[in-house]
Structures are given as C-alpha cells and as structure tokens.
Design a protein around this ligand. Structure first.
Ligand SMILES: Cc1cc2nc3c(=O)[nH]c(=O)nc-3n(C[C@H](O)[C@H](O)[C@H](O)COP(=O)(O)OP(=O)(O)OC[C@H]3O[C@@H](n4cnc5c(N)ncnc54)[C@H](O)[C@@H]3O)c2cc1C
Length: 387
C-alpha cells in the first residue's frame, strides 16, 4: 500500500526499527514516547544474528558493526571456577551468515534514533487511549494531544497500555521466578578474556560477562527467589556478596568492581504467548505483544524482526490495512510463541525449577564441545524472517 501515515507509540528498539523500515517504504511515520528524555532501561543486550540481519537489510550494517562487541568464543565455568567448556563461535557465524553483536543499549538506541530522525520523535507524549473507524485510527495522549493515521503500532513495551485494547481484556505479566542484576564494567583479563562470553553457573544461579565495544564488559547475575523476597531489594553490592559468597575469584572481583548506582535490578517477567497481535488498524509489536524471559537473549531481536515483517506485510499487499496486519499476525504469532515458551523452559532449567534437570545440565556442559549450544542458537536465529 502506498503513502500510509503510521503512528508509532514507543521509541524503544521495536518502535524505532518500525519507524526506520516504514519510512524507507515511503510512509509518513510519527513516533511518540511518554518519557521526556530517551534513556534505555538496562545496560546492554546480545543482539543475535537474526536481529543484526534485519538491521543490515535496513542499511545499518556498518553502524551496528561499529557499536557491537566482538564475541568470538563462549565458555562455561562452575561456580567454584572449574572450566566446563570453552568453544569458538565461528561455526555459528558460518552457519547463520552473520556474527551476533553484544551492544550497549544506549549505543543501539542512539544509532536507531539517528537513523529514524530524532526530531521526528515526540517526547512527553503518554498515550492513554486509542479509537479507530473504517478510515483511520487516533491515539490520545495524556496532555490532550491526538495523532491520527492509517495504522497504529503499539510498541509501548512490557507494561503496554494498548495490549488490553487489542486483546479486549487485561493480561497480567507472569513472574519468571528470578532476579537479574546487570550493568557495565571496564573489560579486563582478570575478569574474563576480552573476546569471550563467560558464564559461571551453580546453585541455580548465574554470573556472566560479555564483551561489548569500547573495551567494556556487560555483566549480569541471576538468582532465583520467591516474588515476595525479590520485591525487597537490598543494597546491591551486599545482596550480590551474599548470594555469590564462595563463588570463584573473578565473580568476587566483579562484585567489588561494579558501580552499584549504575547497576540495574530487575524482577524477570514474561507474557504468555498471545493468539491475537492486532485489532483492525492497531498492531502490538515488541514486548507489548511478546514479552519473553531473557534466557534466549531474543526479546530485542524479536521486536526488530517484527518491525521488518510488519513493513513487508504493509508494503507488499494492498487489500486493506486490516488485512495486512492480519498477515503480520499470522506470520509472527507462532514464531514469538515458540521463543517465549522455549525461553521460559530454559529459565526454569537454568534456575532449578526441577533441581535434577539443572544438575544434569551442569553435568552435560562438561561434555558440550559447543556443538549442542551452537545448534540451539542457530535454530533460533534461522527461524527468523531473513535466513
Ligand atoms: C534483564 C533483561 C535482559 C535482556 N537481554 C536481552 C538480550 O540479551 N537480547 C535481546 O534481544 N533482548 C534482551 N532483552 C529484551 C529486550 O530488552 C526487550 O525485548 C526490548 O527492549 C523490547 O523493545 P520494545 O521496543 O518492545 O520495548 P521497550 O524497549 O520497553 O520500549 C517501549 C517504549 O515505549 C514507551 N512507552 C511505554 N508506554 C507508553 C505510553 N503509554 N505512551 C507512550 N510511550 C510509552 C517507553 O517509554 C519505551 O521507550 C532483555 C530484557 C531484560 C529485562
């Protein structure tokens, strides 16, 4: 369809990538975000090759390569410091045709904003409702503003206020059962090799270090705990010293070196797979429609994939907007349901939901020369729209 006007709610990864893709198709795009200053929540992400391929397709290949970290190997250690395995990621890169990029969220958001056009993002615009008729759709904002277009993309994140509108009922997020702490530290060899993703596992917890650009590591810690306990946040360093007492020397060094005031503490939630992602002219995209546990590292890439598929459906068919969005829904819902379900299963396995399974995983890691891990990651990547 030609010359559509698209209103996007949310300037996260999903909203901005949608804006870039639809603008390239010649559409008029307006993005609205409730915040007065765009600052990403969280420190960094691993952008796996399926997400990177979409950015390449949108002409951002050089940009993402320049802000991405070089991650050549992956290694697991037991919490006491025993090396369980250590393998090259080149077989993965060769199989899928593109290296993944661990990337600081601030750099990724800056890159996407520049590509879309910062001046076209309207800030301080909290969407509070939406109405549509046969000809158009209108978003209403808290301050009285309105925005009308042919399509409305609800990329308003995990707490989406437009999700109940699309579904026709409210839907609570589910607590996945663990707390995640994450942040950035200067890369240094006493923590981990500078081009390896290193993960310590034990006691149903994890501590991880991943290389991003500019000589920095993205770190995270995971600890399973009941929701009531998770809601009572303590002082960050003291909490980590407590939960990771007795863990290997690099984990202790990391805990002492991180900056508590710049460390995020997140209760991990997901959203059960949805059968409905669209209503008429309104489409859910990204965490609003498919919030997943981060245990496959795929939430951001799914938002980026969704932007690409949505743009394809709108630009390559011309029955009607509602018909194009239905095609988007049909193409995306099984893909994201599979990611959500597998991420939840992996979260359970990593965090000791069935302690015997977790113990078996620890044992199996000793015999994984990389083939099994790489096979799993490759299948996830190759399930995306750009193979
Ligand atoms: C601990 C953790 C680790 C993760 N690690 C990875 C990883 O390694 N790899 C990966 O790919 N993904 C990862 N993810 C998932 C990833 O962060 C999300 O999937 C991704 O940010 C979703 O993007 P989005 O654009 O849908 O939503 P968001 O990035 O949340 O953006 C939503 C935007 O909408 C705005 N907004 C919300 N409500 C309104 C409103 N009413 N009106 C106007 N604007 C509104 C918000 O201000 C925000 O800017 C991780 C998530 C967590 C929690």
């Amino acid at each position: 369809m030609n010359h559509l006007k698209v209103v996007v709610i949310g300037a996260g990864m999903g909203g901005l990538t949608t804006g870039i893709a639809l603008q390239q198709a010649g559409y008029t795009v307006e993005i609205y975000d409730r915040v007065s200053e765009l600052r990403p929540a969280g420190a960094a992400i691993s952008l796996w090759s399926n997400g990177v391929k979409v950015l390449n397709r949108l002409g951002l290949g050089d940009e993402i390569a320049s802000i991405g970290g070089i991650m050549d190997r992956m290694a697991y250690y037991s919490y006491t410091g025993e090396n369980l395995n250590d393998f090259s990621l080149y077989p993965l890169i060769e199989r899928v045709g593109q290296r993944p990029y661990p990337v600081a969220r601030a750099s990724l958001q800056h890159m996407l904003l520049q590509a879309f056009g910062q001046e076209k993002v309207q800030l301080g615009a909290k969407c509070v409702g939406v109405e549509q008729d046969a000809d158009s759709v209108t978003a209403f904002f808290e301050d009285g503003r309105q925005a009308t277009g042919d399509v409305l993309v609800a990329a308003d994140g995990t707490h989406s206020i437009l999700r109940p509108y699309v579904l026709g009922h409210p839907l609570d997020r589910s607590y996945v059962g663990y707390v995640n702490w994450n942040g950035l530290v200067p890369a240094s060899e006493d923590l981990a090799p500078k081009t390896s993703w290193v993960i310590y596992v034990g006691e149903h917890k994890r501590a991880s270090l991943m290389p991003i650009a500019d000589d920095q590591f993205y770190f995270f810690f995971d600890v399973p705990m009941p929701k009531e306990q998770a809601q009572e946040a303590g002082e960050i360093r003291a909490e980590l010293e407590h939960f990771f007492s007795g863990w290997a020397a690099p984990v202790q060094t990391l805990i002492q070196r991180l900056e508590p005031e710049k460390t995020n503490r997140v209760l991990i939630h997901d959203i059960e797979p949805l059968q409905t992602l669209v209503k008429g002219r309104v489409a859910l995209l990204g965490d609003s429609g498919h919030g997943t546990a981060p245990d496959l590292g795929q939430g951001g890439s799914q938002a980026i994939e969704a932007a690409y598929v949505l743009a394809n459906c709108l630009t390559t068919t011309n029955n009607s907007v509602a018909d194009a969005l239905k095609r988007y829904e049909a193409e995306r819902k099984d893909r994201v349901a599979d990611i959500i379900t597998r991420a939840r299963k992996r979260a359970d396995m990593i965090h000791g939901k069935d302690p015997e399974k977790t113990q078996k995983w620890y044992e199996d890691l000793k015999y994984d020369d990389g083939a099994e891990t790489i096979d799993g990651i490759a299948k996830t990547i190759l399930g995306g729209p750009l193979r």
